[in-house]
Each structure stands twice: as structure tokens, then as C-alpha cells.
Design a protein around this ligand. Structure first.
Ligand SMILES: C[S@@+](CC[C@H](N)C(=O)[O-])C[C@H]1O[C@@H](n2cnc3c(N)ncnc32)[C@H](O)[C@@H]1O
Length: 337
């Protein structure tokens, strides 16, 4: 690999290395090499001003000394910006979605290229500016790679067709999809409200124990993907699908054994009517963004929002994933006597 190197005598090498690192010029993906009484440091560009008692040359050096452990090792931003690089990112099939602070906007393309190089099998990288609007769609800005946002994502042994441009999907819910599915008992009726592309429904359908499985979402693109996924997985006959708002669905819905209500910011307004529809012995899985300071009390407070509160107990409150520095997405399970 051809690169610029800064060459220093061995007695100056440590101080030169420190200066190059502080200025964000040192290439971490290539190893410094020693020859005789000199050390050559691979750099991204020539130091300005140049360093005393060093010289710079372009030369061929051996490739990566070891695979990068994080995508951040592939980047050499000025130190104050390097420190802002997020540790986490989402992998959705062949897509990599990353949330960046606004200060990193000038480096967004470089960051995209580093993620594309780092994540095995990545085809396209997008800047994820969070979910918005009723359909909870992600703001996506292409950073690197090519092709459509539509991709095949694997979780819990199932392959889902997802398209974050038109329908919500989060790989951070994989454990929830499996956990809730495992609790469905034989012969139960189940509603998956705000089902998106249907990961809860499809995971439950694969088990084949529910007597009736009904999935509802207001976004037609999400419902279209759910239908396509159900066909691909061979479970379409086990699922009823409704493309409508809960405002229309709930008043005429009848009775059910288990409900999944995953609309973390607004689901609260449907909780009374959802709980009224649940039969004795039934269960509600309710998702919410909860401030960290309220974790311990929130389950009991929510029971007060359910229809006939004295018949309900909060049997579980679990943290699903962090939402912000102060709040988490939480899963609450309520059981009706
Ligand atoms: C957080 S996503 C949940 C996705 C899904 N449960 C999952 O695990 O991937 C919320 C979904 O609720 C749908 N939605 C929002 N408001 C709705 C409403 N009033 N009635 C029905 N669906 C709604 C959105 O279209 C979106 O697909």
C-alpha cells in the first residue's frame, strides 16, 4: 500500500509518534517500521508545520498490521472530533445505520466509508437522524455504498424483508420479538398492534401455537412488507392483517388473550381500550420510553391507566435498550386476573 511516512531517528521516534497522534495524522491501520537507526510512521498527510529533524516520503508499506477492532480505528479525525465518533451503530441486513452528532457533519462521508469497509457484508451506509411521524420512519441520508434501502435482515433464525425508508424496523428489538413469542400459549388469540413489518407476528406465527393472530398497522408500506414476509416464510395462512389505525380498529375489535402494543410515544392513549378488550387471564405487552428515574414506579403507575385497574398486575418491567442519556425503551407486561 502506498502512503506518506514521516521518518525520524530512533531517539526522536517516541516524541514524533506522540505529536503525530495528537495532531490526528498517524495512520492506525498501518504499522510503523524501523530500519537501522530510523523509524517510519505512516501518516494521512504531511504535518503542517513540518516536524523538526524529520523528513517525509511517499513509499510502499505492508498492508494492515491487524484487522481494525472498531471502525473508529479506520478514521483519523482531529482528536476533538474523533472523540465524538459513536461506538454503536445498527446493522440491518446489508445496511449500516449510524447516528452522528451535528459536529461530525463535515466528516460524514469519511465515516460512511469507514463503516462500509469495517462491517462485513455492508452494501450501503446511512446517517440515521431518528424516527419521525406517525409511521415512525427514519430520516436517512446516504453516506457510502449504493443500491436500495430494501434489504433482507436475519433475526431469531428468520429472514425479514425490511425497507427503513418506507416502514419502521429496529434490529434492537430482536430479543423482544423472541421473548414475547415464547410466551404465547397454545390456542391463544393474539393482537400485534402497531405491528410494522410484523416481526412479532411472524415470530409468533412460526411457532404455530396461536389460534388467531391479528396484526394491525396504519402504514400501508409496512403492511405490504408484512404480507410479503408472511408469504416468503410460508406462514401467511396463520395471520390476519389489517391496514388501519387503532382509532378505527379498537372500538369494534372484540376480545383477546394477548396484546402487543408497541408505539412507544403514543401507545399510552390506547392502553385503556386495549386493556378493556383483554379477557380474564390475559396479558398486555406494552412498550414505552421511560425516564430512567421512573423505572421502578412506572409499572404500578401504568396499572392505574388500565381499564378495571384492580384486576391487573404489572408482572415485569424490563429495559429493552437505551433511548437517550436520560431514558430507556421499556417493556412492561401486565397480567389480568
Ligand atoms: C415502533 S413501530 C413498531 C413496529 C413493530 N412492532 C416492530 O416490532 O418492529 C410503530 C408502528 O406503529 C404504526 N402506527 C403509528 N400510529 C398508529 C396508529 N394510530 N394506528 C396503527 N398503527 C400506528 C406505525 O406505522 C409503525 O409501524
Amino acid at each position: 500500500m502506498r502512503t506518506w511516512v514521516v521518518i525520524a531517528s530512533t531517539d526522536r521516534a517516541e516524541s514524533v509518534r506522540r505529536t503525530l497522534r495528537t495532531r490526528g495524522l498517524l495512520r492506525k491501520d498501518l504499522r510503523a517500521t524501523r530500519s537501522g537507526k530510523e523509524v517510519a510512521f505512516p501518516v494521512r498527510s504531511a504535518p503542517q508545520p513540518s516536524l523538526e529533524e524529520t523528513r517525509i516520503e511517499e513509499r510502499e508499506v505492508a498492508g494492515q498490521s491487524r484487522p481494525a477492532r472498531t471502525y473508529r480505528e479506520l478514521l483519523h479525525l482531529p482528536p476533538n472530533q474523533q472523540a465524538l465518533l459513536p461506538r454503536a451503530f445498527d446493522v440491518l441486513g446489508e445496511l449500516v445505520l449510524v447516528r452522528l452528532p451535528p459536529e461530525l457533519r463535515p466528516h460524514a462521508t469519511e465515516i460512511g466509508a469507514a463503516l462500509l469497509a469495517f462491517v462485513p457484508g455492508a452494501r450501503r451506509v446511512g446517517w440515521d437522524s431518528g424516527v419521525h411521524g406517525e409511521a415512525r420512519l427514519r430520516g436517512l441520508t446516504p453516506l457510502a455504498g449504493s443500491g436500495p434501502w430494501r434489504t433482507l435482515h436475519r433475526e431469531n433464525g428468520l429472514e425479514f424483508l425490511v425497507d427503513p425508508e418506507v416502514a419502521y424496523f429496529s434490529p434492537r428489538l430482536a430479543r423482544e420479538h423472541a421473548r414475547v413469542s415464547a410466551q404465547v400459549g397454545r390456542g391463544e388469540t393474539v393482537w400485534d398492534l402497531c405491528c410494522g413489518i410484523g416481526p412479532f407476528t411472524l415470530t409468533i406465527a412460526r411457532r404455530g401455537v396461536a389460534s388467531r393472530l391479528l396484526a394491525v398497522d396504519a402504514n400501508p408500506a409496512a403492511i405490504a412488507l408484512l404480507r410479503e414476509n408472511a408469504m416468503r416464510l410460508g406462514v401467511a395462512a396463520r395471520i390476519e392483517v389489517r391496514n388501519e389505525s387503532l382509532d378505527k380498529f379498537l372500538p369494534a375489535a372484540g376480545s383477546v388473550d394477548r396484546v402487543i402494543l408497541n408505539l412507544p410515544h403514543e401507545g399510552i392513549k390506547y392502553l385503556p381500550s386495549v386493556s378493556a378488550a383483554v379477557a380474564s387471564g390475559g396479558t398486555v405487552h406494552y412498550y414505552e420510553v421511560t425516564p430512567r428515574t421512573d423505572h421502578s414506579m412506572r409499572g404500578t403507575a401504568l396499572v392505574g391507566q388500565l381499564a378495571s385497574p384492580t384486576e391487573w398486575t404489572c408482572v415485569e418491567a424490563r429495559r429493552v435498550h437505551p433511548y437517550s442519556p436520560q431514558a430507556d425503551v421499556m417493556a412492561f407486561t401486565f397480567h389480568r386476573r
